[in-house]
Write a protein that binds this ligand. Structure first.
Ligand code: NDP
Ligand code: MG
Length: 389
């Protein structure tokens, strides 16, 4: 029996992970499931999977969770510290699928006890790439990518020499507004931004796909995970979302990963790695698909990509500042405080303010310093939004 835990179990990635393990219950023993506000889902899955502990991120919901799991024999807990405590319980494989910088601390705790960490939470690598990789190395723990592009690159690199890689190309659907006239973007609504043309995902990453902030995070994630220099990483708009990434080698060969847009592929690959097992995903009929199209991303439509390149070059704690500002700007857009195109302006203003304060981004990369940078970035994003209001 493999001991597994799922962080962010009530979300889109979490539910897809549960779908896979519930098909083969005798193989797994679930240690911890965690969620946020969706107590009903968390409790239902905790009962079905007969987990050891169920944790909600919100302390005010502890009573509700306790009530929902009364007489089940399942331990309950709440709050950020409880998440990290659950992550430090002995376990073989942990899915990191909390959304946002809140996923960093539990992921580090899981690595510290030597678990294989399946990383959907890209924010961990964006905010603290060095720290995450160092923690994995120091504890002999393995980090497996779950983001579809990074899983695709990882698969294309199997058996290859990383030094023979000339470039890595990650694809982007272009999001909900890829064909909108630029002048209409400023007035785009939350509802419009929340409809992804190809993928069914959580609301935050869906909006980040429309603004290309998701791809911006993924550029940084690629640099951190694979250790390649930023000038070797490209973004290609591919509206069909069937080719997830391509790796170009020094002999001119390009290896592409092609598959249906279903996260259960990347999740299942990380779950069964190093084996390849059968997965319940659609088999593509390429004759039916007919053609695949690609185009370069337009700089004016997607300022997030330019900001990500600056962050990659800057290094240090710039990723934490970028992500914190992005998360807060996204909160602001969802709450109706700022418009769609203002998100990038807010993030840029925050990054400039960090650059104006010598040393801030060059502090040592510890969990405390990363979270402090994240906090300051959110405060400054709030101030930037206030100015715009
Ligand atoms: P969802 O919004 O669907 O789910 C997020 C999960 O995190 C939920 O379980 C939620 O609980 C929980 N959560 C929310 N806030 C907190 C918090 N402050 N502390 C602890 N837990 C919290 O997100 P997705 O599943 O879409 O994405 C999860 C991660 O995976 C993100 O980092 C995303 O970028 C990445 N990813 C997602 C993909 C996808 O297809 N969805 C593809 C590639 C990467 P609750 O809902 O109960 O409140
Ligand atoms: Mg992705």
């Amino acid at each position: 029996m493999r001991r597994i835990s799922i962080f962010g179990a009530t979300g889109s990635i979490g539910q897809n992970t549960i779908d896979l393990i519930a098909r083969d219950p005798d193989r797994y023993r679930v240690v911890a499931l965690t969620g946020g506000r969706n107590i009903a889902q968390l409790a239902a899955d905790a009962r079905t999977l007969r987990v050891q502990v169920a944790v909600t991120a919100h302390e005010d919901l502890l009573g509700d969770l306790r009530e929902a799991l009364a007489d089940s024999g399942i331990e309950v807990a709440a709050g950020a510290a409880a998440l990290s405590e659950a992550a430090s319980r002995p376990c073989d494989w942990v899915m990191s699928a909390i959304v946002g910088a809140a996923g960093l601390a539990p992921g580090l705790a899981a690595l510290e006890q030597g678990a294989t960490l399946a990383l959907a939470n890209k924010e961990s690598l964006v905010c603290a790439g060095d720290l995450v990789l160092r923690t994995a190395r120091d504890n002999g723990a393995r980090l497996l990518p779950v983001d579809s592009e990074h899983s695709a690159v990882f698969q294309a690199l199997a058996g290859e020499d990383i030094h023979a890689v000339e470039r890595i190309i990650i694809t982007a659907s272009g999001g909900a507004f890829r064909d909108w006239p630029l002048e209409k973007l400023a007035a785009a609504t939350v509802e419009q931004a929340s409809a992804h043309p190809n993928w069914d995902m959580g609301q935050r990453i869906t909006i980040d796909s429309a603004s290309m902030f998701n791809k911006a995070l993924e550029l940084i994630e690629t640099k951190e995970y694979f250790g390649v220099s930023p000038d070797r990483i490209e973004v290609l708009v591919h509206p069909e979302s069937l080719v997830h990434a391509l790796v170009g080698f020094r002999d001119g060969a390009l290896l592409a990963h092609v598959g249906a847009p279903d996260m259960r592929h990347a999740i299942g690959y990380a779950l069964h790695w190093p084996e390849r097992r059968e997965l319940p995903v659609e088999r593509l009929d390429l004759a039916q698909v007919g053609s695949l199209s690609f185009r370069a991303p337009e700089d004016t439509r997607y300022p997030a990509l330019r900001l990500a390149r600056a962050v990659m070059t800057r290094g240090g704690l710039a990723g934490a500042a970028f992500n914190g500002a992005k998360e807060r700007a996204l909160d602001g857009f969802i709450a109706g405080r700022i418009g769609f195109t203002a998100m990038a302006m807010v993030v840029e203003a925050v990054l400039e303010r960090f650059e104006g304060r010598t040393g801030l981004l060059d502090a040592e990369m510890t969990l405390d310093n990363v979270m402090e940078t994240d906090h300051l970035a959110r405060t400054w994003a709030d101030e930037a939004m206030m100015k715009r209001a």
